[in-house]
Design a protein around this ligand. Structure first.
Ligand SMILES: Nc1ncnc2c1ncn2[C@@H]1O[C@H](COP(=O)(O)OP(=O)(O)OP(=O)(O)O)[C@@H](O)[C@H]1O
Length: 569
């Protein structure tokens, strides 16, 4: 069997380049030869005996080639051939012999193998190809019934950032069986993992374990994957600081006749699918600008200006009550943005968009941000502007945000000195935030704001009239959404969400009273929430109508009072 390892190879679609490199000796130049395996001791299928049909005949064949080449040399040497024609002939004979030997080898052992190592030779970082392959095998192959030995790991929030299952680190890992991720286990360990298999029933998804082999089928070709793991003696290599370190790899075995298919279609397919699985299983993060540090998965120590937790807000556009037409418009806008990479590139615009959400407290501005993040599948960076001291700090924070994210600055009107004036000497000394309007404007659409892509910047405010027009002009804030008091359309969607009713005899009273008072969706939602098990839709609606009548009575009394005081409204 011929074996290659993957380190870099130009995948047609995107991603890290990868190459197929021959781990062994010269006769088997198929794609590109470049040195030896970074981990020569990594077990291969061949070594484990799984496909051990090659050896003695091939070895004999190889030594025959050497012998014949040697003889040619000797014959030519003895006759003292100095003419270059003879050298050409020598090369020709050797090539012919090699070719025949290759054909013979292919007849005897027509299988090729590719090994994908977790860490590329000499690199400290985890290979993207390995992560994508793992995600592919975990997601597409590992869930199948023919995988009998699985590894159980804490789900750890699905591996935000970089990797399915285990990237990202830091997450709020749970040891409950429901939070388990099962993966294809490694060699010896697989024997002891019977108990793990039983957990398959509670796991959301499964992955291959070390030594486990699975068959995959692609465009009529059958391919075999196996997982391997061995302890790494060189613990310090990746700055592990004494942490146990393992060297993992996947082997892919296939018939030689599928070589082109594997190279040009199957491997890109594995990477694409892997990336898709990673995106699906990735748990999103909510960041706040408090500095933090942690150990990364690759053993390195990382400092960040942000602290993260798993983002688990349940609000979606389905449960966000607002005028359906307005909601549709916002969703369409988000769709246009998400699919607008090409459009932004064409017009030479950074792939980002500004949203301004304004309206009284309790009208759902924060809730809208959560719904947007859930809809787009983005991380959320919740920026507390008052704890940012300078414009430079603001820029540093921006640089540490990732793509596919929403950067939110809530209550931007109270966040900082955004009047546009330069800070005074007194300002410089009082230790408060010195972020200026110009600093914030640069943050939103300066040169550095084009860093990263696919990013929304959302500002929320209760007092849009207090904001500097420069901050909210089109181009900075591309879409301005007014979140207002509850109108009848919004009420109807809240009644559907809370009570599951489309119509009710009390709707007429609500329709009559709602325009008369200023009730925010937060209050309406509170009245429509059952307070005890006996509360049905009628009881909740009656409570709301009472609240509306009380609010109307108060408003009327206040107006009468104003009239008595001679206040002109
Ligand atoms: N349109 C809405 N649909 C569903 N729930 C809503 C809506 N608006 C508000 N709520 C509910 O009201 C509560 C307060 O909403 P939220 O915090 O989003 O308001 P806000 O406008 O951001 O307020 P503030 O300006 O005080 O931050 C939340 O629990 C939310 O679920």
């Amino acid at each position: 069997m011929k074996m290659w390892s993957i380190s870099s190879y130009a995948a047609p679609l995107s991603g890290t380049p990868l190459a197929l490199t021959d781990n062994r000796s010269p006769p088997y130049h198929v794609w590109k030869m470049s040195g030896t395996s970074p981990h020569p001791s990594t077990p291969s299928l061949h070594e484990s005996g799984a496909y051990d049909s090659t050896p003695s005949v091939l070895r004999r064949c190889a030594s025959d080639i050497d012998l014949w080449s040697h003889r040619c040399n000797n014959i030519m040497g003895k006759q003292q051939l100095r003419n270059w024609n003879f050298q050409l002939m020598q090369t020709f004979v050797a090539r012919q012999l090699n070719r025949r030997a290759r054909r013979l080898a292919a007849l005897i052992d027509p299988y090729l193998s590719i090994t994908i190592h977790e860490y590329d030779a000499g690199r400290m970082t985890r290979s993207d190809v390995f992560a994508e392959t793992k995600a592919y095998l975990d997601g597409a192959v590992g869930t199948r019934d023919d995988v009998r030995h699985l590894n159980a790991e804490d789900a750890r929030g699905g591996g935000g950032g970089g990797g399915a299952g285990e990237g990202g680190g830091g997450g709020a890992g749970s040891s409950s069986s429901k939070g388990l991720v099962l993966s294809m286990a490694d060699g010896e360990a697989a024997q002891a993992k019977g108990v793990v298999v039983a957990l398959a029933a509670v796991a959301a998804r499964g992955c291959m374990a070390d030594g486990e082999e699975v068959e995959d089928h692609f465009r009529g070709a059958t391919l075999w994957w196996s997982a391997h793991c061995e302890q790494d003696d060189d613990k310090g290599r990746r700055g592990g600081g004494g942490r146990a370190s393992q060297r993992r790899s996947y082997s892919l075995v296939f018939h030689e006749c599928h070589r082109d298919l594997v190279r040009s279609a199957y491997l890109p397919h594995v990477r694409d699918q892997g990336r898709a699985f990673m995106a699906m299983s990735r748990q999103r993060k909510l960041y706040t600008n408090i500095p933090s540090s942690r150990w990364g998965d690759d053993g390195s120590y990382m400092c960040s200006l942000w602290t993260e937790v798993v983002f688990k807000h349940p609000k979606t556009f389905e449960t966000l009550a607002m005028d359906p037409e307005k909601k549709r418009e916002i969703i369409d806008d988000l769709d246009m943005f998400k699919n607008g990479k090409e459009q932004h590139r064409r017009v030479g615009k950074a792939w980002k968009r500004g949203y301004l959400l304004h309206g009284p407290p309790g009208t759902g501005k924060s809730t809208m941000v959560a719904a947007m993040a859930n809809y787009l599948g983005y991380d959320v960076y919740d920026m507390e502007l008052t704890s940012v001291h300078t414009n430079t700090d603001l820029r540093k924070l921006l640089i540490q945000t990732t793509s596919k994210s929403i950067i939110v600055i809530e209550d931007v009107d109270c966040s900082s000195n955004l009047t546009g004036q330069l800070p005074t000497e007194a300002d410089r000394d009082d230790g408060d935030s010195k972020v200026t309007l110009s600093g914030l404007l640069n943050f939103i659409d300066g040169l550095w704001s084009a860093f990263g892509e696919e990013r929304l910047i959302v500002l929320t405010t209760n007092h849009v009239e207090d904001l500097d027009p420069a901050l909210i002009r089109t181009g900075r804030m591309d879409k301005k959404i007014e979140m207002s008091y509850c109108d009848f359309e919004t009420f109807k969607s809240m009644a559907k969400i809370h009570l599951d009713v489309d119509d009710h005899e009390m709707f007429a009273a609500v329709e009559r009273l709602l325009p008369e008072v200023d009730l925010v969706p937060a209050d309406v939602g509170e009245h429509l929430t059952a307070k005890n098990p006996r509360d049905d839709a009628g009881a909740c609606l009656a409570r709301l109508v009472n609240a509306l009548q009380e609010a109307k009575a108060k408003k009327d009394a206040a107006e009468r009072q104003d009239e008595d005081n001679g206040v002109v409204v």
